[in-house]
Design a binder for this molecule. Structure first.
Ligand code: ADP
Ligand code: MG
Length: 729
C-alpha cells in the first residue's frame, strides 16, 4: 500500500521563492518613496489642488475645529473625489466602515448612471458621499436593531482621508465612514472612538487652561506594532483547523523551536522580505507610515510597525495594515495568520498599542526639561495612572476575546492582571513628590516647587524596559501590550481615551477648588499630585509580571485577575462603566449592552467552530490515520509470527497505539456530546457552555491527538506538522 501523505507532495510544492515575487521585487527596489507615499490617498494636498479655495477653507475648518459640514462642500468634494478616483482607474466607490465584527466592511457602488437612452454617465453626488445605506442586517448589532428595522446607515468621516484600493479587477474608492442605526445608535467601532477622542480633547484643553500656557486642540495618538505568522499556503489548505479557526487545534511543538532563539531579529528570509517589501509599498501608497519590520521571537513570526498618527487615522490604517498583510501574502504563496495563537507551545502574536496625546507641537507625556513641561507631564501622567488604577477592569475587557485567552497570563504575554510599569526614574519622581507633598520638605530636599530640578531629563527610551508589563511607560508614551494580534485597536483606544478624560476631568475639579481656595498653582498642584500617588500606587508594578509571586502580590493588593474572556466581559456593563461611558458621551447604556452581547456571542461562535471543527478533523483525518498505522503493525506482526520471528516489539507498539485510539474515541465521544448541546438559549449560557465544557473536551482530545502525532509514521500523518509550517520559508 502506498499512501503518499499529502504533506509530502505539499512539501514538494512549497515554493522557497515565488515566481511573482521577482517582478514585485524589481518594482519595489526602485520605488521613489516620496512619490509613492500617499499616492492612493485623496488627502489635503489633493483637495487643496482640486477644490475651489473657499470650499477648501470651509472643509479645513471642519477638519481642524470640528465645525459642522456644510452640504455645498460635500457636493464639491464629491465631484473632485470622483474625478481623482476615475483618473486613477476607479470604477466604483464604497463606504468603508468598521462593524462590530472587528473587521472592515464595504459594499461597492458603481459611478455609472444610466441616462435612459441606452447610454450612461458617471456621477457621484454629495449625498452619496455623505451618507450610504448598506444592507446592515447581517452585521452584528447586539439587539440595537430589531430585525424589522434592518437598516443602518454610513456617514462620511471627513477626518480620515478617502483612498483607492487597487485590485486585479480595477481600482475602487474607499470612503471611511461611521456606521449607525436609524435610531442613531453606533453600530461600529469608529463612532465611539471619535467620541472618545473628543472627550479627551475637551478635558485636556481644560487642564491646559488651568495649568497656564497655550490652549490648543489635543489629539490622541496611536502607533500599533503588529505581529503575525506566515505559513506556506500549501500547508494552510491542508489544515482544516487553520482554515476555519485561524489556529491549529492539534499539533505538537517541533523539535527545533524558538528555544534556539535564532529567529528573533535574524535576517528576514528572501521570500518573506519580498513579501514585506510589497506590503510596505501598498501601505505607502495608502499613506500608512509603516517603518519597522523584523523577525519575531517564534520561527515564522514577524512584526511590522508604523510611525504614530492621530488616533482615528491610525485606527483606520491599522485595519488597512491587517487587510494588506493578508491580501499580499497570497501573491507569494503565503498565508498571513493574524490569530493570537496559531501554534501551541510556540509564542503567540500580540499587538502593542502605543498611546499618547498632545497638541500639534507638544506631546503631553513628553517629560521635557523645563519646569513648565514637567508640570504638565506630571499632571497628565498622574491622570493616566489614576485612570488605570480605577479602570483595570475596562482595560482587561478591551483585550478580552477567545484568541487572546491563549496568551494573556500564558508566560509569553502580559498577564491578565492589569498593572502599570513606570520605570525606576519615574517611580522615583513620584515617590519624591509623594514625600514632598505630604511632608512639605520641598525646599530642604532641593525640590524648588513643582518641576524645578526634581525631574531629570528622561531618555526617550528608558533603559530598563520591562517587556512583561501589560501597560508600560516607555519614555514619552504608554504602551498597552495586552492586545491580541487580530484585534482592532479602536476599542482599546476608546477605553484609554475615555478613562483618561475622566481622570483629567476629576483632577481639574480638585485643582480648581484648591485654586479658588487661594493657593497658587505650584502649591496646589504639588499637593494634588502628592495625594494622587497614594490612590494609584497599588497598580504600579516594576517587577517581573510573569512570576507567580506577582499573582499573589497582586491579589494582596486587591487587583483584579480576570483570567478569561467570560470572566472579564461582564465588567463592561457594570454600573461604574455604564456611568463612565455615558458621562463622556462615548457609549450609551444601550450601545454598551449591545457590545457586551456581541462580544459574548463572538466568544461563543469562535469556540463553537473550534469544537466542531476539531471533532470533525479528529474523526475523519486523525483516527483513520491511527487505524491505518495499527493495521500496518498488526499485519507486520502476523507475518513475522508466520516466519517464526519475535513479535514483542511490534505488538507492544501496536498495543500502545491501540490504547491511544481507544482514548481518542472515548474523548471524541465526550466532545461530540458536548458539541450537540448548546447550553441554553441565551448567548451568555451558550458562551459559558463553551468555556466550561467545550474547551476542556477539545483539550482532552488534543492531548491524545498530539501523542498520536508523535507515534504515527510521518508518511501516514494526514496534516502538515509544525515543523513543515514553521520552518519552510
Ligand atoms: P518597541 O518595539 O521597542 O516597542 P517600536 O519602535 O517598534 O518600539 O514602536 C514604538 C511605537 O510607538 C511606534 O509605532 C511609534 O510610532 C510609537 N510612538 C512613538 N511616539 C508616540 C506617541 N507620542 N504616541 C503614540 N505612539 C507613539
Ligand atoms: Mg513594543
Amino acid at each position: 500500500m502506498s499512501v503518499l501523505a499529502p504533506r509530502f507532495d505539499s512539501l514538494a510544492a512549497a515554493r522557497y521563492g515565488s515566481p511573482d515575487a521577482t517582478d514585485a521585487s524589481s518594482a519595489s527596489t526602485r520605488i521613489d518613496l516620496q512619490k509613492v507615499f500617499g499616492e492612493n490617498v485623496f488627502g489635503l494636498t489633493q483637495m487643496k489642488a482640486r477644490l475651489p479655495k473657499g470650499v477648501y477653507r470651509t472643509l479645513l475648518s471642519t477638519l481642524q475645529d470640528g465645525s459642522p459640514l456644510n452640504p455645498g462642500v460635500a457636493e464639491a468634494v464629491a465631484v473632485s473625489m470622483r474625478e481623482w478616483a476615475m483618473e486613477r482607474g476607479a470604477t466604483h466607490f464604497t463606504h468603508w466602515f468598521q462593524p462590530l465584527t472587528g473587521a472592515t466592511a464595504e459594499k461597492h457602488d458603481s459611478f455609472l448612471k444610466p441616462t435612459g437612452d441606452g447610454r450612461a454617465i458617471t456621477e457621484f453626488s454629495g449625498s452619496a458621499l455623505v451618507q450610504g445605506e448598506p444592507d446592515a442586517s447581517s452585521f452584528p448589532s447586539g439587539g440595537l436593531r430589531a430585525t424589522f428595522e434592518a437598516r443602518g446607515y454610513t456617514a462620511w468621516d471627513p477626518t480620515s482621508p478617502a483612498f483607492l484600493i487597487e485590485g486585479p479587477g480595477g481600482a475602487y474608492l474607499c470612503i471611511p465612514t461611521a456606521f449607525a442605526s436609524w435610531a442613531g445608535d453606533a453600530l461600529d467601532k469608529k463612532t465611539p472612538l471619535l467620541r472618545s477622542i473628543h472627550a479627551l480633547d475637551t478635558q485636556a484643553r481644560r487642564a491646559l487652561g488651568l495649568l497656564g500656557g497655550e490652549v490648543k486642540p489635543v489629539r490622541a495618538t496611536l502607533g500599533a506594532e503588529q505581529e503575525f505568522f506566515l505559513v506556506d499556503q500549501e500547508f494552510f489548505y491542508r489544515r482544516p483547523d487553520l482554515m476555519t479557526a485561524g489556529r491549529t487545534v492539534f499539533g505538537t511543538k517541533p523539535p527545533k523551536g524558538q528555544e534556539m532563539d535564532d529567529h528573533y531579529f535574524g535576517s528576514i528570509p528572501p521570500r518573506v522580505l519580498e513579501y514585506m517589501n510589497e506590503v510596505e509599498l501598498e501601505l505607502y501608497k495608502l499613506g500608512v507610515p509603516v517603518t519597522t519590520r523584523h523577525n519575531e521571537v517564534a520561527p515564522g513570526q514577524f512584526e511590522m510597525a508604523p510611525i504614530y498618527e492621530d488616533a482615528n487615522t491610525a485606527a483606520d490604517h491599522q485595519q488597512l495594515t491587517m487587510s494588506t498583510l493578508r491580501r499580499v501574502a497570497r501573491k507569494y504563496g503565503l498565508v498571513c495568520l493574524l490569530h493570537e495563537k496559531p501554534f501551541q507551545g510556540v509564542n503567540g502574536s500580540g499587538k502593542h498599542l502605543n498611546w499618547s496625546f498632545g497638541t500639534d507641537d507638544h506631546n503631553m507625556l513628553e517629560p521635557g526639561d523645563t519646569p513648565h513641561d514637567n508640570m504638565k507631564f506630571l499632571f497628565f501622567s498622574s491622570a493616566v495612572l489614576r485612570a488605570v488604577a480605577r479602570h483595570q477592569d475596562l482595560l482587561r475587557v478591551a483585550v478580552a476575546h477567545a484568541g487572546n485567552d491563549h496568551r494573556l497570563g500564558a508566560n509569553e504575554a502580559p498577564p491578565a492582571i492589569m498593572s502599570a510599569f513606570l520605570g525606576d526614574q519615574l517611580q522615583d519622581i513620584f515617590e519624591q513628590l509623594a514625600e514632598a507633598g505630604e511632608a512639605k520638605r520641598s525646599k530642604e530636599s532641593g525640590l524648588m516647587g513643582l518641576g524645578v530640578d526634581i525631574l531629570p531629563t528622561l531618555p526617550k527610551h528608558a533603559g530598563d524596559r520591562n517587556r512583561t508589563s501589560p501597560f508600560a511607560f516607555t519614555g514619552n508614551k504608554w504602551e498597552f501590550r495586552a492586545l491580541g494580534s487580530s484585534q482592532s485597536i479602536s476599542f482599546p483606544a476608546t477605553v484609554l481615551n475615555t478613562i483618561v478624560a475622566e481622570a483629567i476631568d476629576e483632577l481639574c475639579d480638585t485643582l480648581e477648588k484648591e485654586l479658588e481656595g487661594g493657593d497658587d498653582l505650584d502649591t496646589a498642584l504639588q499637593r494634588l499630585l502628592g495625594r494622587e500617588i497614594h490612590k494609584f500606587k497599588h497598580v504600579i508594578f516594576n517587577g517581573d509580571n510573569y512570576s507567580d509571586e506577582w499573582v499573589e502580590e497582586a491579589e494582596r493588593r486587591g487587583l483584579l485577575n480576570l483570567r478569561n474572556t467570560m470572566d472579564a466581559l461582564p465588567y463592561l456593563v457594570s454600573d461604574k462603566n455604564k456611568a463612565l461611558f455615558e458621562k463622556y458621551g462615548v457609549l450609551s447604556h444601550r450601545e454598551l449592552e449591545s457590545r457586551y452581547e456581541i462580544y459574548v456571542e463572538q466568544y461563543f461562535m469562535t469556540i463553537n467552530i473550534e469544537g466542531e471543527g476539531g471533532q470533525h478533523m479528529a474523526q475523519t483525518m486523525i483516527l483513520p490515520a491511527a487505524a491505518r498505522y495499527l493495521s500496518e503493525l498488526l499485519n507486520t506482526a502476523e507475518r513475522a509470527d508466520d516466519l517464526g520471528m519475535k513479535t514483542d516489539g511490534i505488538m507492544q507498539t501496536a498495543r500502545r497505539v491501540n490504547d491511544l485510539v481507544d482514548q481518542l474515541v472515548e474523548r471524541l465521544d465526550v466532545l461530540a456530546e458536548q458539541n450537540q448541546e448548546l447550553g441554553g438559549d441565551d448567548v451568555v449560557s451558550k458562551a459559558t457552555h463553551m468555556r466550561e465544557n467545550i474547551i476542556p473536551a477539545l483539550t482532552a482530545v488534543r492531548d491524545v491527538v498530539d501523542r498520536l502525532e508523535r507515534s504515527v509514521p510521518d508518511d501516514l500523518w494526514p496534516v502538515p506538522n509544525y515543523r513543515d509550517m514553521l520552518f519552510v520559508k
